[in-house]
Design a protein. Structure first.
Length: 113
């Protein structure tokens, strides 16, 4: 079963995306900050994809350097914000949870192909 990390300080978005992914048969772990994800990766759990809500993180989002480049990152950001060059996909707020889940499923199919 694929594992998706959902990273962002916005607890509501994080929990709704996790719940919807689980309904679609995808295991999802939620965390408030990239440092939390780095600890999980260091313990041996590697995600199949990542959803990163950069609008809820302070400062400019840095690449998730603890992840292999093969792990796609879906960035959720605000209109007009710079798009990180390392993002595999970008969605602009306001965004529906269903849109995020649909895009993650597409990224996972690309990983499996």
């Amino acid at each position: 079963m694929p594992i998706v990390f959902v990273i962002g300080e916005d607890w509501t978005l994080r929990s709704l995306v996790r719940a919807e992914l689980r309904e679609h048969g995808v295991d999802a772990l939620g965390m408030a900050a990239p440092a939390d994800a780095a600890q999980i990766v260091a313990s041996g759990t590697l995600p199949s994809a990542v959803v990163l809500d950069v609008t809820s993180l302070p400062g400019n989002p840095a690449p998730l350097e603890f992840l292999p480049r093969s792990v796609p990152v879906l960035v959720v950001t605000s209109p007009g914000a710079p798009v990180p060059p390392w993002a595999a996909a970008v969605l602009l707020k306001p965004v529906r949870v269903g849109e995020i889940v649909s895009r993650v499923e597409k990224l996972l199919k690309g990983v499996a192909a």
